[in-house]
Design a protein around this ligand. Structure first.
Ligand SMILES: [Zn+2]
Length: 472
């Protein structure tokens, strides 16, 4: 898993000779540059879809930042350090490290680790947001992180794969590898070091090798700068190959899937939703008082956002205001059994139905302005180039029970600042339905069975893995 990798950058890294391992995998396997991410196209949502094969309607991780109705508070998974400080660093870490897997991820949305653990296979994972498995993992006592008193909250065990290496917090054995608090820039090397150890000691049947540094690199330096970070990710793959004695012996024993969770597009300006909704009573980050029905909660997630409207009579006022914001592209909400998508004064309504099939075989009925989602219909099949797999992705996002009543996407070049006021002007970001944010690379090498799809999705990865091991 190469976080945030754009297909064009994978292709360039391969063409320039900067990613020899990816080149080998593509040459011996298959490559698509049009696998589609989940929506919102941000890491927690997409990581959960990759790990479970399910959309947010089923796995229930709605976004990067969301409002927990039952607990009456915001959940923040780490939009930025400044945002984490607004909500409290301890709470942000607890939500990200413990609650995302232990409480927020739907219990019946089985992860690939749980499926394979149940089949008696040896699972392993490096630092990845979704790690839930069947093996009890105690936090490491001797790690740098565990020694920092302020982070003494990292004390409880978790259920993970058989071998779990999560920052320096969980390490199921002493590999000698250090992640230095999971700091950006060294996390890929930590994954490569652990991967090298696991291959040398033959400790897994399935390994989720998570290479997160590209995302941070692209947020900072821009979506066209990814080749250097992809080259660094490739070097970690090379360590696994070398640990087995080279690419040939490694690939004789292992199938490999390479995927990204989402891609990146260039950010030119930011929009503060807090300022745009200044006329509303917006719930504050640390407000613990009982909710006033007239309050709304605003949850920015880079190029997507959610708004929680607790008083149904206020929905029309919120959607009308959202449609007037310069920089908002789609405004999305549910009315009865239909999803409504508004954009540029036009509206589209749709629901599951029998009128049309999409490229992944799901069926829909829609009315209104097809251009809102760039929908084109031919021979009863609906597709969208600008917003790939739009109907299914919008539907699954609005059907996610913990999601907000209103979803927004940002227009090209625009990002919503997070609760800490942070954005990525001049760098890359993601979150929307657009092809630039949503189309990701998918490499499959050594997998048995047919590999044809009219539209690949990151939701296909978990079923490919379980099929490879003879499950389902
Ligand atoms: Zn990102």
């Amino acid at each position: 898993m190469i976080d945030g990798a754009r297909p064009a950058m994978i292709e360039q890294a391969v063409a320039d000779g900067r990613a020899p391992c990816l080149a080998t995998l593509i040459e011996r396997g298959s490559y698509s540059g049009e696998a589609v991410s989940a929506f919102p196209s941000v890491t927690p949502v997409c990581a959960a879809t990759i790990a479970t094969g399910l959309g947010p309607d089923r796995h229930q991780i709605p976004s990067m930042n969301w409002y927990h109705r039952a607990e009456g508070r915001y959940v923040e998974y780490g939009s930025s350090f400044r945002a984490a400080l607004r909500f409290g660093l301890g709470r942000q870490l607890t939500d990200t490290i413990y609650n995302m897997n232990g409480a927020h991820l739907a219990p019946d949305a089985l992860t690939v680790f749980e499926r394979l653990d149940d089949a008696g296979l040896r699972t392993a994972g490096t630092t990845y947001l979704i790690y839930r498995g069947r093996h009890l993992q105690q936090p490491a006592h001797d790690s740098t992180l565990a020694r920092i008193a302020a982070l003494a909250l990292v004390r409880r065990p978790v259920m993970g794969p058989r071998e779990l290496f999560y920052a320096d917090i969980f390490a199921s054995r002493d590999t000698g590898c250090r992640s230095t608090l999971g700091m950006p820039g060294v996390r890929d090397r930590h994954a490569g070091c652990v991967g090298d150890y696991l291959v040398r000691h033959d400790l897994f049947d399935f390994l989720l090798l998570s290479l997160p540094d590209n995302d941070n690199h692209s947020h900072k330096l821009g979506p066209d700068s990814q080749v250097a970070a992809i080259a660094q990710a490739d070097r970690q793959l090379a360590r696994l190959f070398e640990a087995a004695g080279g690419a040939d012996p490694f690939l004789e024993d292992h199938a490999v899937i390479v995927v990204a969770d989402h891609a990146h597009t260039l950010i030119e300006r930011t929009v503060s939703l807090g300022s745009q909704f200044a006329g509303f009573d917006v719930r504050r980050p640390t407000d613990m008082r009982p909710l006033e029905p007239a309050q709304i909660a605003i949850c920015p997630a880079q190029r997507a956002a959610m708004i929680y409207v607790f008083e149904p009579s206020m929905l029309a006022r919120v959607t009308a205001r959202a449609q007037r914001i310069d920089g908002v592209d789609h405004v999305i909400w549910r009315e009865g059994e239909e999803a409504v998508v508004a954009r540029g004064g036009a509206q589209l309504r749709f629901a599951p139905g029998e009128q049309l099939a999409d490229l992944r075989g799901r069926r829909w009925t829609f009315s209104g302005a097809a251009e809102v989602l760039d929908l084109r219909v031919r021979h009863g099949v609906v597709r969208s180039g600008e917003f790939p797999d739009a109907l299914a992705r919008v539907w699954d996002a609005t059907a996610c029970e913990p999601a907000g009543e209103v979803l927004l996407t940002a227009a090209a070049g625009v990002e919503f600042t997070d609760w800490g006021g942070a954005g990525h002007i001049g760098g890359g970001s993601h979150g929307s339905l657009s092809a630039g944010d949503s189309n990701v690379p998918l490499i499959c090498c050594g997998l048995e069975g047919e590999l044809n799809r009219a539209q690949w999705s990151i939701a296909d990865v978990a079923p490919l893995i379980t099929r490879h091991f003879g499950l389902d």
